[in-house]
Write a protein that binds this ligand. Structure first.
Ligand code: HEC
Ligand code: HEC
Length: 313
């Protein structure tokens, strides 16, 4: 009987505390940024939030080649992961923005994505009973665009992922990766030439490179060239980091490859996919000549870069 009463009490306590927990006010920029990230209030017609395209379950990326913005419009590039942004020196595939806080304002005013001019966004939040108070409590001033960008960036800075088989293996846990994954790592480092571009803890040197997808056709995405107007940058894109890449299909700036295997087949024999690339990097000029087993091993290794929270149970 004692035990039953105790159980009842505990349940009552839990039920009582749940709504309180849910409505708890954000107390830090990151907590406020999290609210904003998931709130469609930042889009013109209140239908799209950052999370509409950067979905938590897909490592804050999307499963479509091109994502859906307001009024059924499609983005012109594939949505990249918004995780592991903390060490990036610039943002977007063409690197046109230098800070995460500045980046966060771009999708809000982008007419395809959220379509809300920043002054309107600020006015909306300032009129909203809760946001008005939260911004005042956390930033000690009325809502402004700097605080808006700062809060969203603060949330994104929390999205670092380092609980992966590859990280554990590097830290000395020899059983963390399978034999195939360990062989795949060697291919990544040497025969596959992957590491020449995908290096550093997040598997990107943050350089702009041309992997041979650009042909100079009228509709082709010129990449970095749009920013620099330097013809040497035609078809160059920011090397994407590869953490959690197994859950962020489809791949490349235009989402043209549906699977990691397709990406690997591409790097192995680019000529089978794109006939006359313009300005392709010397690293992708000659075929890799990977065997079937090597391709399987390399793909298995890419799966070892997936954080535990996304590993299929
Ligand atoms: C309609 C879909 C969509 C929405 C909504 C959206 N994004 Fe994005 N996001 C994209 C696409 C597409 C890109 C890549 C665009 C490019 O490179 O030119 C991107 C790029 C980014 C990047 C840069 C990633 C990198 O590797 O450089 C970050 C960070 C980001 N978005 C955060 C946000 C935040 C914060 C919001 C909400 C304020 C948001 N996004 C809303 C589609 C979206
Ligand atoms: C010359 C530099 C370079 C080399 C070598 C290279 N990559 Fe890449 N990688 C890039 C760039 C740049 C992109 C983005 C291209 C785009 O979006 O058009 C990319 C994109 C990718 C993507 C898609 C990521 C995403 O989120 O869409 C994967 C996966 C990938 N590379 C894996 C590899 C593997 C595996 C190898 C070795 C077999 C390799 N890369 C070799 C530069 C390189």
């Amino acid at each position: 009987m004692m035990r039953f009463t105790f159980f009842l009490l505990l349940t009552a306590l839990l039920v009582l505390s749940l709504p309180a927990y849910r409505s708890a006010d954000p107390a830090t920029p990151a907590e406020l940024g999290e609210r904003l990230f998931f709130d469609p209030i930042l889009s013109a017609d209140r239908t799209i939030s950052c999370a509409s395209c950067h979905k938590p379950e897909y490592a804050f990326a999307d499963t479509l080649p091109f994502s859906l913005g307001i009024r059924g419009q499609h983005t012109t590039r594939n949505t990249p992961t918004a995780m592991n942004m903390g060490s990036r020196p610039y943002f977007f595939y063409d690197g046109r923005v230098a800070t995460l806080a500045d980046q966060a304002l771009h999708p809000i005013r982008n007419p395809i994505e959220m379509g809300l001019p920043i002054p309107d966004a600020v006015r909306r939040l300032a009129k909203h009973k809760q946001y008005k108070r939260w911004f005042a409590d956390i930033y000690h001033r009325p809502v402004d665009s700097l605080a808006l960008g700062d809060a969203l960036a603060a949330f994104e800075f929390t999205l670092e992922t380092a609980d992966t088989p590859n990280d554990r293996w590097l830290n000395g846990d020899t059983a963390a990766m399978t034999a195939s994954q360990r062989r795949g790592r060697q291919i990544f480092l040497k025969k596959g030439r992957c590491f020449d571009c995908h290096f550093s803890p997040d598997f990107t040197g943050d350089e702009f490179r041309n992997v041979g997808l650009y042909t100079g056709a009228a509709h082709d995405d010129v990449g970095r060239f749009a920013v620099t107007k330097d013809s040497a940058d035609l078809g160059k894109f920011k090397v994407p980091g590869l953490r959690n890449v197994a859950v962020t299909a489809p791949y490349m700036h235009d989402g043209r490859f549906r699977t990691l295997r397709e990406v690997i087949d591409y790097y192995d024999q680019p000529i089978n996919f794109v006939k006359n690339p313009v300005n392709a990097d010397s690293l992708v000029q000659t075929p890799l000549g990977l065997t079937e087993q090597e391709k399987v091993d390399l793909e298995n290794y890419l799966h070892a870069l997936t954080d535990d929270r996304f590993q299929k149970k």
